[in-house]
Design a protein around this ligand. Sequence first.
Ligand code: URA
Length: 265
Amino acid sequence: MNWSARQEAMLEAMGLRLWQRPPPEAIKVNDEAPAPRQPARADPPPMRTPAAVLTGVPAAERPVVLRPSQPPSAVSSLDWTGLREAVAGCQACKLCEGRTQTVFGVGHERAHWMVVGEAPGEQEDLQGEPFVGTAGRLLDSMLRAIALSRGEAAPERSVYIANTLKCRPPRNRNPEPEELARCEPFLLRQVELVQPRIILAMGRFAVQSLLRSSEPIGRLRGRVHQFHGVPLIVTYHPAYLLRNLTDKARAWEDLCLALDTLQSA
Ligand code: URA
């Protein structure tokens, strides 16, 4: 791919350095390599969860608490307050045992853009906000490059950021299908409430949840998908981009595709 001066300037704004294309044999044809895996077990000891803290609060004052045996249908009618409370008190899967806190989402509640990531990591679990670690800093640079922000801004300049999972998997292991399924109603309700004009699905677990596809990112990116009537662009996860510099240019193309899609809508 040849880069024009304008494209190079945009990459610069994104905080991305242009690299020399590596020889063909060095280019990965495929996709997001999974993050280095951690041993599956040896979870930290269970911590007090918000729900545990609520013990003793009169039932009428307690928010909806999802447990494994309960259908998630109640979530689909919640407003922002109810949804926040339901997420904070969720006990629908075992991830509630190890979390410091749930990580709900951040940004303008009627943002035109929505970013969907994977799951909170260590920093997110501690701070209660998605994408606040190294990957988050890259995400913020990418968004800044197209004049978007998770902070105070008009809806058209704003991004709402949410994860497929609201609790940190122990030792950052991959989300399990059961956990993704239990958490899905929360994400769906967030999309319904935000009513974004475009969704960026970052990484394979976001794609798995939203598009029900296990196709590699490399095969799904580059075209416009739909999620409940909202155009959805598939792109690489920022944590992956930190380890795979050659795909940063593709991520930039994905952002441009999202911009074009929004502008032509
Ligand atoms: N990775 C994600 O997918 N989400 C976060 O919030 C942090 C890292």
